[in-house]
Write a protein that binds this ligand. Structure first.
Ligand SMILES: [Zn+2]
Length: 869
């Protein structure tokens, strides 16, 4: 049967966004960022780069570098790991550039500056809680190094340096300290030029209570034990043992990459001779390190070979820390990882972190050895790191895994990068309110940056592409770079002019939205391919220019054509000896575009089963999911879904496509699936729940609810359990509440099952689920789970505002940033105006303007839309 329908094969729904980016690994970093992005949505990325009232340009430009920073030596004394105070002495060498320097201005947020001396002489200084200004009298002459010594106290900063003290609610968990400097938060614990256009050597000499480990950038020069007499808060003085760790990073790097971690860990080295790669994990988890991080050395060797540049630093440490606000942070030679970034043996069946591990490792070259000169060029960090994950998958799992990773990036961009100039900024744009915005913008540097690199590789060919990237590394190592620096090297190596390419994919927002119609005219024996650009086209957003590859297969013979598109529409007409059995549009993903294909279903079935690439097979499967119930399509989808030899992503797509048909036959085929691969089984349970939900469900509810309830409590895979729990909520299976409450008690990797159960309780909107959720909002629960639980209390609070308010209000001052953010959002969701007063009081007393702003915004949003009833 021939049918033809408009279908959009390249626009995965947002929910799949995370899944598609890197199905195979638990890519937490994106989720966290988006989580906190949700809060900042109200701030938004639309800084509006022009101030109407003053006529001012509000775009962001790098700060001046009046002096070159040579080396920072930071001596820290942490008397008590449970008391968030540290004494510090910073010695900074600077060399004024060009002119005598009369004042040195450093970023210094909320530091208690005690003294400053210049070349050994006391200096006058001001400290407004945001900048340290040192008067240089006499002015420091240019080109002559000078030494600035600053003594100060770090007092429990709200950002940058985080204390996770021991707590009775978490018996046995030793206290810990970690830092997070990106984008501009290391100035919360040391004065610096807190912007990426300054590189310097750094040296950390940290003295901490005996028995704690200290990790920092570079190499460890020494570690020694000492005894000190100290006086505690009660005035009691005692002799205590301390350890002093002396770290040196003598290859210049940027300030946001400076790292300090203090804690108790199992440390296991996964490195190679001459390059130690210690992994720091919570005590008792050492035996799990190799299962999670065991391929780090292999990844390193791959990247060294691909870019012909040896790993640049003294060691490569990976540190799993509590209460970490992201997924991973690529500090120089010492990556910080989120708190559950260590996979238990039983969870290795359905969890791995290779996506995240290879991403952060890639940054050691792209981000650390070469750093973007300013935040608008952040894709040079994040795009490369995301793309190198795809290269690792290509190397370690094959071409299909590479395609799956690239396609995931395409999906993410197509789903979000859907506005045009000037409505939203481009990937490379100085328009942002605060630096974090550039990491979260719709033209997102992670997936869009990686997609641009993939397109360049396809465009220039492997030889020229990898040679150019190698030359870029060689020329810019130890320096900062901008987008055009990279472009020029690509042009130099390939001879191809790339200004238009970079303009349309990096300097303007949006992507082409194509409608492609493929038709066979049997009387004229002619194939027609008509392409239309459907996005808004105007002077600021002209039609995209690209060559669209088309693979035509006739009697098993493949014939490649390229259709040049540079306007609203273009057509390709080809006389053929016989009707094709498949016409695949852009099977190698050479054009980052959303593509609606109108094609005979028979061609799609052929492409789904025997398309030339993983990407082309997935795209055909998606299209079949939007077609009415043609038997060949259903049969093909079922065959793909049950075929263990096929890539798990393709099988999952086939399951979703079957479910999307909402036809009894297709649904019966879905319910018959019980794949052994937990990733596919997870998709099957979600699809089965879909088929038993909504109006006129093709599947009977009870049987499905039984299956889901059993899987939620007994499946070996926590992914599958979580999917079963979400499925019960999807079906609104209120009668299965006991299963959800039981799922709350299940320990699983990343607390996946508990978080799913919390979300399901909120979706089922059960009043008596509040008390169950409140329990998980407190210290003693993983910080991510706390954030989920707090959100749930906010959603269910309408049933008992008092309980909700009493549970949430105190969390506005919680030690964990994630809990504080979730509490503010939950109050807005709850909509109880009684919280406004507390928020305003906190805004009035907050030390940090950024924190005060946050409280004020929550109060404004709450005031603007209080709960109606
Ligand atoms: Zn990154």
């Amino acid at each position: 049967m021939r049918t033809s329908r408009r279908l959009n094969v390249r626009a995965a729904p947002l929910v799949a966004l995370f899944a598609s980016v890197s199905v195979a690994s638990d890519l937490d970093c994106l989720h966290c960022r988006l989580e906190s992005w949700a809060w900042r949505q109200h701030v938004g990325d639309r800084s509006g780069h022009f101030d109407e009232a003053t006529g001012r340009d509000r775009r962001n430009y790098p700060p001046h570098r009046w002096a070159d920073h040579g080396r920072m030596t930071l001596e820290l004394f942490i008397q008590d790991m449970d008391v968030p105070v540290a004494q510090a002495t910073q010695t900074l060498t600077i060399t004024p550039i060009a002119e005598p320097l009369e004042e040195l201005r450093l970023d210094a947020r909320l530091l208690d500056i005690r003294s400053v001396s210049v070349n050994g002489f006391p200096a006058r200084f001001t400290n407004d809680g945001r900048h340290l200004r040192v008067a240089l009298a006499p002015p420091l002459p240019p080109d002559v190094p000078a030494t600035i010594v600053t003594t100060y106290v770090i007092n429990d900063p709200p950002d940058g340096l985080f204390w996770t003290p021991s707590s009775p609610a978490w018996p046995g968990r030793p206290p810990q300290i970690h830092t997070q400097g990106q984008p501009e938060t290391n100035s919360y614990w040391f004065p610096c030029h807190d912007f990426p256009n300054e590189r310097l050597e750094t040296e950390i000499i940290a003295t901490v209570p005996a028995g704690f480990l200290v990790s920092s950038n570079g190499r460890l020069l020494s570690q020694r034990r000492s005894v000190r007499r100290v006086t505690d808060a009660s005035g009691a003085s005692s002799l205590r043992g301390y350890d002093t760790f002396h770290w040196l990073q003598d290859k210049p790097h940027v300030n946001y990459l400076v790292s300090l971690v203090v804690g108790k860990f199992d440390v296991v080295d996964v490195g190679r001779p001459g390059l130690p790669m210690p992994v720091y994990v919570p005590p008792g988890r050492g035996p799990d390190v190799r299962g999670t991080y065991g391929r780090t050395a292999e990844m390193t060797a791959l990247f060294e070979r691909l870019f012909d540049e040896p790993y640049p630093w003294d060691r490569y440490a990976q540190l799993v820390v509590w209460n970490f606000g992201a997924g991973g942070m690529e500090n120089t030679a010492a990556t910080t990882m989120f708190d559950t970034a260590i996979i238990s043996p039983e969870a290795l069946i359905d969890h791995d972190l290779e996506g995240l591990i290879s991403h952060e490792l890639a940054h050691q070259w792209f981000g650390d050895l070469i750093t973007c000169n300013s935040w608008d060029h952040i894709w040079l960090n994040e795009g490369f790191a995301t793309y190198l994950t795809a290269l690792w998958f290509e190397h370690s799992r094959g071409r299909d895994a590479y395609d799956a990773s690239v396609l995931g990036g395409f999906d993410a961009v197509i789903a979000r990068d859907n506005a045009v100039a000037p409505l939203q900024p481009a990937m490379v744009s100085r328009e942002y309110t605060e630096p974090w915005d550039v990491f979260r913008r719709a033209a997102n540097p992670y997936p869009k940056g990686a997609s641009v690199l993939h397109m360049l590789r396809r465009k220039l060919g492997d030889g020229a592409f990898f040679r150019a990237v190698g030359l870029y590394v060689d020329r810019y190592k130890g320096r900062t770079a901008e987008t055009d620096d990279f472009r020029k090297i690509l042009e130099e190596v390939s001879g191809e002019s790339l200004e238009r390419f970079f303009h349309q994919w990096c300097y303007r927002p949006g992507v082409p939205r194509l409608r492609v119609r493929t038709t066979w005219n049997s009387s004229a024996a002619e194939l027609r391919v008509d392409v239309e650009q459907m996005q808004n086209i105007d002077e600021r957003n002209p039609a995209f220019v690209f060559d669209l590859p088309v693979l035509i297969r006739v009697r098993n013979e493949g014939d490649w054509r390229r259709l040049h598109v540079d306007g609203r529409s273009a057509t390709l007409s080809i006389p053929l000896a016989a009707e094709p059995d498949m016409v695949a549009i852009d099977p190698n993903l050479e054009v980052l575009a959303s593509i609606d294909v109108d094609a005979p279903s028979g061609w799609l079935v052929e492409q789904a089963l025997r398309g030339p690439t993983h990407a082309s097979r997935v795209l055909a499967v998606r299209s079949l999911g939007t077609l009415d119930t043609d038997a060949p399509g259903t049969t093909a989808l079922h065959a793909i879904a049950s075929d263990r030899a096929r890539h798990r992503d393709l099988r999952s797509e086939a399951v979703r496509a079957l479910a999307a048909r909402r036809a009894p036959d297709a649904a019966r085929r879905v319910v018959s699936l019980d794949p052994d691969d937990p990733y596919v089984r997870e998709t099957v349970l979600a699809a089965v729940a879909d088929c038993a939900s909504g109006d006129a469900p093709p599947l009977g509810r009870d049987a499905v609810a039984d299956r889901l309830a059993h899987a939620a409590l007994h499946d070996a895979s926590s992914r599958v359990r979580a999917a079963a729990v979400r499925g019960l909520a999807r079906m609104n299976a209120v009668d299965r509440l006991p299963v959800l409450l039981a799922a709350l008690e299940i320990e699983s990797q990343h607390d996946t099952v508990r978080q799913a159960a919390l979300g399901a309780l909120a979706d089922l909107d059960q009043p008596d689920a509040i008390s169950h959720s409140v329990r998980f909002t407190r210290v003693g629960t993983l910080s991510r789970t706390r954030a989920v639980a707090i959100g749930v209390v906010g959603r269910l609070g309408k049933h008992d505002p008092d309980i909700a308010l009493n549970a949430i209000l105190p969390l506005l001052e919680d030690r964990e940033m994630r809990a504080r953010n979730a509490a503010g959002e939950a109050l807005v969701t709850l909509g109880d105006a009684r919280a406004v007063e507390r928020l305003e009081a906190l805004a009035a007393t907050a030390r940090d303007p950024a924190i005060a702003d946050r409280f004020r915004r929550w109060a404004d949003r709450l005031r603007d839309n209080p709960a109606t009833d």
